[in-house]
Design a protein around this ligand. Structure first.
Ligand code: TXA
Ligand code: MG
Length: 426
């Protein structure tokens, strides 16, 4: 089948446990079918067709990121993604990373990058590096910037696919823009079924982390990447600032610990560059995911768009003793006549009250209140499952904002259109 003729994207099963890697990262396959499937998919990537594949975070919609690749516009059109939102490039080896970095900066990347790579790669951390669009990477990947986000995924299917194709792979999450990211092959199929440029969906089971990578940059200037490149080539040795541009699968606490263990905590400031609204009144989400939210200063180009939204309205509820907090009955009355879904925490007083007061069309547990990894893993699939039951409103109990819980709440905030949680008395 040639590119552009994939009337039905086929799901190809891959057994992660059957993949092993040599010291130099080359995969071998004890399950013949898995090996064949990955080789077929790798060939499609080399032909500039698209392949959806599992990573440990979420499923990615992959295409070759090489300068002469014709895959990148297909990624944007298949997802319905705004073209000013750059893509993350996935690599399977250190040498693939080196080839993406501007030669003038290969020996002068921020000092903390070595420690971050040693600790978190392969894994859910994306680093911005200076590059040369059009020469080292497709200029369509970087959307006009001279930096590129790079990560080495840990999922054996992803690593084997990239190493076999032997090309850097640009991959956003494999969902329709605006929808919750996919954490199973079925989610990808639900969103992208019948898309002509998608050759295969590799099925490697459910994603373990469940939400996207953390995007960081320690390049000198976030806004003006030309200036950043100049500073670096001057060997600028001032204190580094490591900015978290998007919260994700590596928590701020883990990043701080890594800096401490590497003896860098005195020399590197860790900052969370949270996107913010430039006017306090703007909380409505636009219906069109291609329309940027008004009055919004994003920390990455992608942050200004609507995200992670099911069809149903998402309402966040927070247990509170504050005076203005509303009674559970009052909150539920305001939704009377609506079909309700519930994304809940186990052993929670608020959940208990919500369940005792009314019945729900669909309910999914996010796990226990302090198990942030399970909450992260279940978040997107929970939103999708409840949405599929055809509810009008999904009530979600807020989780504590520490560790990965902070990322879970950031994603939930976006799913709720940045509307503040309702304080509820139990
Ligand atoms: O876990 C993940 O990161 C997944 C899997 C598939 O690897 N990918 C993913 O890609 O979430 P995507 O495209 O949905 O999100 C990429 C984010 C966007 O917010 C984008 O604006 C930002 O990274 N980004 C990419 N390149 C950038 C750059 N050069 N400068 C600033 N932000 C960048
Ligand atoms: Mg995405």
């Amino acid at each position: 089948m040639t590119s552009g003729q994939h009337a039905q994207s086929r799901i190809l099963a891959c057994d992660s446990a059957s993949i092993s890697f040599s010291a130099d990262g080359q995969p071998s396959f004890s399950n013949e079918e898995t090996g064949q499937n990955i080789k077929r998919a790798a060939q499609e990537l080399r032909n500039s067709s698209l392949v959806a594949f599992p990573t440990e975070t979420v499923y990615g919609l992959g295409g070759s990121a090489l300068p002469d690749s014709t895959a990148i516009p297909k990624i944007y059109s298949t997802k319905g993604r705004p073209s000013d939102n750059p893509l993350i490039v996935h690599v399977a080896s250190r040498s693939q990373l080196d080839k993406l970095v501007h030669p003038a900066h290969r020996n002068s990347l921020p000092r903390c990058y070595e420690s971050l790579i040693a600790k978190f790669w392969p894994g859910p951390l994306t680093l911005l590096v200076p590059t040369i669009p059009g020469e080292l990477v497709s200029h369509r990947v970087t959307a006009g910037l001279t930096t590129v986000g790079v990560r080495m995924p840990a999922h054996p299917v992803a690593r084997a696919l990239i190493a076999t194709a032997d090309v850097p792979v640009a991959a956003p999450s494999a969902n329709t823009s605006g929808r919750p990211s996919p954490t199973t092959a079925q989610h990808v199929q639900d969103d992208l079924r019948g898309k002509p440029d998608l050759a295969y969906i590799l099925d490697g089971g459910s994603c373990q982390v469940g939400l996207e990578s953390t995007v960081v940059s320690a390049l000198p200037h976030m806004q003006d990447d030309h200036i950043a490149a100049e500073h670096m080539s001057n060997g600028h040795l001032c204190k580094e600032t490591l900015r978290i541009l998007r919260l994700g699968g590596v928590s701020p606490e883990e990043l701080q610990r890594c800096l401490q263990d590497a003896g860098l905590s005195e020399r590197v400031d860790l900052q969370i560059a949270t996107p913010h609204s430039s006017s306090s009144s703007s909380s409505a989400k636009p219906d069109d995911p291609e329309q940027p939210q008004p009055d919004f200063v994003p920390s990455t180009p992608g942050m200004k768009y609507k995200h992670y939204s099911p069809t149903a309205r998402v309402v966040l509820l927070r247990q509170s003793d504050k005076e203005h907090a509303e009674a559970v009955e009052t909150v539920l009355e305001s939704f009377s006549g609506k079909k309700l879904g519930l994304l809940y925490l186990e052993s929670s007083l608020l959940t208990e009250r919500l369940q005792n007061e009314t019945s729900y069309t669909a309910r999914v547990s996010l796990g226990s209140a302090c198990d942030y990894a399970t909450q992260a893993q279940r978040l997107f699939s929970g939103l999708r499952d409840i949405d599929a039951a055809g509810v009008d409103v999904i009530l979600v109990e807020c989780v504590k904002e520490e560790g990965l819980g902070r990322t879970v709440m950031e994603r939930l905030g976006k799913a709720a259109g940045n509307v503040q949680p309702l304080d509820v008395r139990v």
